[in-house]
Ligand binder design. Structure first.
Ligand code: PEP
Ligand code: MN
Length: 335
C-alpha cells in the first residue's frame, strides 16, 4: 500500500497515524520528494481499511500495490537508487563498467587484466573465485585464494572488486569484496538471499536462466526485506530455443525493470552471447536500452582461459569497446 501525504500535514495527527500503523506491524518506508512525501507500507496490509486511511486529514491519496514486491517497487521509491561503491557509484547517470576474467587464475593473470581494464576506464574489477560450473570435473575456481588475489589486484589498481558467492558459509572470505555477486543459478537460493539481506554491502543479483521479471524482483525483495537495500539487477541472457548463442539477451528487460523498479540495472553481454564477437554489439544495445552499466569478461589469454574463454574479450578489444561505450553514455546523458 502506498500513502501520499498532504503537504504540511499536522504533525500530531501524522504521529498518531504512524503509531496506529506500527501497532498493526506495518513498517513505513518514507520517500520525501520535492513536491510530495510518500509512505510505502510494508507488511501485511490486507487487514487495513483503505477508506479509513483515505479519510484522514493528513492523507492526500492511498493506493493498494498489486505487485508482490514492495521495497524494490518504483511505486514505493520513485527516484532511481544510486549505490556508492568505493570511489564510484552504480546508477544515477554515470557508466558502470565491470570488467575482468570469468575466473581468477593466478596473481599474474588477475593483476595484468586489472591494470589493462583500469586503463581502459573500467570502474570495477570482476573475477570468479567460487565458480558455479555445470560439470563437477570443470575448474571450480581458486576459492578463498582467488579472493586473496583479487584483493592484491584491488590494492594495485584501486578498482573495487566484484565476485560471486555460492553459499553463505563463504561469507567469511568476503570482507574485502566490494560487491557480492549472486549468480544466475543461485537467484532463488532464498537462504543465501536472506543472509545477504543482513549485510550492508552491495549485491549484484543476476537473473536466473528462466526467471521472469517478477521472480527476479522477488529475489531482490528477499535481500531488501532484510534491510540491505543496495541491490543491482543484472540481465545476463535467458534460455530460449536458440542454440547458436549461449543464451538470448533480453534487451526488453532493461526498460521493463527500470519501469517496475528503482534499482540500477546492468547487463552482462558475455554470458548472454557466449561469443566474444557478439559482445560489443550487445553491450552497445544494452546502453541504448537504458542500462546503468555492463559486466564484461576480459582475459589476457582467452585461448588458455580456465573458464569462458570463447566469450572473453582481449584487453585491446575491451579498450576499443570501452571508448565506444563512454561515447554512447555521454550522448545519452546530453540527450
Ligand atoms: C559469471 O559471472 O561468471 C557467471 C557464472 O555468471 P552467471 O551466473 O550469469 O552464469
Ligand atoms: Mn563466466
Amino acid at each position: 500500500m502506498i500513502v501520499i501525504l498532504r503537504r504540511n500535514p499536522d504533525q500530531v495527527q501524522l504521529e498518531r497515524f504512524r503509531q496506529w500503523l506500527e501497532e498493526r506491524r506495518v513498517s513505513i518506508h518514507p520517500t520525501v520528494g520535492m513536491n510530495q512525501t510518500i509512505w510505502g507500507l510494508v507488511g501485511d496490509t490486507s487487514h487495513l481499511d483503505i477508506n479509513l486511511i483515505a479519510a484522514l486529514d493528513v492523507v492526500e491519496d492511498v493506493k493498494r500495490v498489486q505487485e508482490p514486491y514492495k521495497n524494490a517497487n518504483r511505486k514505493f521509491h520513485p527516484a532511481d537508487t544510486v549505490i556508492p561503491v568505493g570511489g564510484t557509484q552504480v546508477g544515477g547517470g554515470g557508466l558502470t563498467l565491470i570488467a575482468g576474467p570469468c575466473s581468477v587464475e593466478s596473481e599474474e593473470q588477475i593483476c595484468a587484466v586489472a591494470q589493462a581494464v583500469r586503463k581502459s576506464g573500467a570502474t570495477m574489477l570482476r573475477g570468479g573465485a567460487f565458480k558455479p560450473r555445470t560439470s563437477p570435473y570443470a575448474f571450480q575456481g581458486l576459492r578463498a585464494e582467488g579472493i586473496r588475489l583479487l584483493s592484491i589486484a584491488k590494492k594495485l589498481t584501486g578498482l573495487p572488486i566484484v565476485t560471486e558467492i555460492m553459499d553463505a558459509a563463504q561469507l567469511e572470505y568476503f570482507d574485502d569484496v566490494d560487491v557480492i555477486q549472486v549468480g544466475a543459478r543461485n537467484m532463488q537460493n532464498f537462504e543465501l538471499l536472506k543472509a545477504l539481506g543482513e549485510l550492508k554491502k552491495p549485491v549484484l543479483l543476476k537473473r536466473g536462466l528462466s526467471a521472469t521479471y517478477e521472480e527476479l524482483l522477488m529475489s531482490a525483495e528477499y535481500i531488501m526485506a532484510g534491510g540491505n537495500e543496495q541491490v543491482i539487477l543484472c540481465e545476463r541472457g535467458i534460455r530460449t530455443f536458440e542454440t547458436y548463442t549461449r543464451n538470448t539477451l533480453d534487451v526488453s528487460s532493461v526498460p521493463v525493470l527500470k519501469q517496475l523498479s528503482h534499482l540500477p540495472v546492468i547487463v552482462d553481454p558475455s554470458h548472454a552471447s557466449g561469443r566474444y564477437q557478439l559482445v560489443p554489439s550487445l553491450a552497445k544495445a544494452a546502453l541504448a536500452a537504458g542500462a546503468d552499466g555492463l559486466e564484461i569478461e576480459v582475459h589476457n589469454d582467452p585461448a588458455h582461459a580456465l573458464s569462458d574463454g570463447p566469450q572473453s574479450l582481449r584487453p585491446e578489444a575491451f579498450d576499443r569497446l570501452a571508448g565506444q561505450l563512454y561515447a554512447i553514455s555521454g550522448l545519452l546523458l546530453e540527450a
